[in-house]
Design a protein. Structure first.
Length: 129
């Protein structure tokens, strides 16, 4: 609690994806590009990130915030179901298609993944002795 939490997606998952469908005489290709990720943090907060985020490494130090995608929990998850926050990451995709002499875009398409995160609190007592 009160320490920066880094949020990121695997870099290999943050990439352009294309697919082509064909029938005799007609072929259509769709290209999807990730545009942003909206993180719902389970404590009422949310964060929107424009890229995959930066993976945390121990060399950075626990007190440093993410340079591009992070959140700081201000409350413990102790009182929640399973003593954890349910976190979701929803990637919003920009999808364009072309084929059969036409082209267009699909409306906002999304993919979502969920995880649970336990946030605890540690207290210390200094007796001055």
């Amino acid at each position: 609690m009160n320490l920066p939490t880094w949020l990121w997606l695997a870099r290999g998952d943050w990439r352009r994806v294309s697919a082509t469908a064909s029938v005799p005489g007609v072929s259509v290709t769709a290209v999807a590009r990730p545009a942003k990720t909206v993180w719902s943090l389970g404590d009422g907060g949310s964060v929107t990130c424009r890229g995959p985020g930066t993976p945390y490494t121990h060399a950075v130090g626990a007190n440093r915030p993410s340079p591009d995608c992070g959140h700081t929990y201000r409350t413990s998850s102790t009182g929640r179901l399973n003593r954890a926050f349910v976190v979701s990451a929803t990637v919003h995709w920009t999808v364009a298609w072309e084929g059969a002499g036409q082209s267009g875009t699909f409306p906002d398409l999304t993919t979502t993944s969920n995880a649970t995160v336990r946030v605890t609190e540690s207290q210390a007592l200094n007796n001055g002795g």
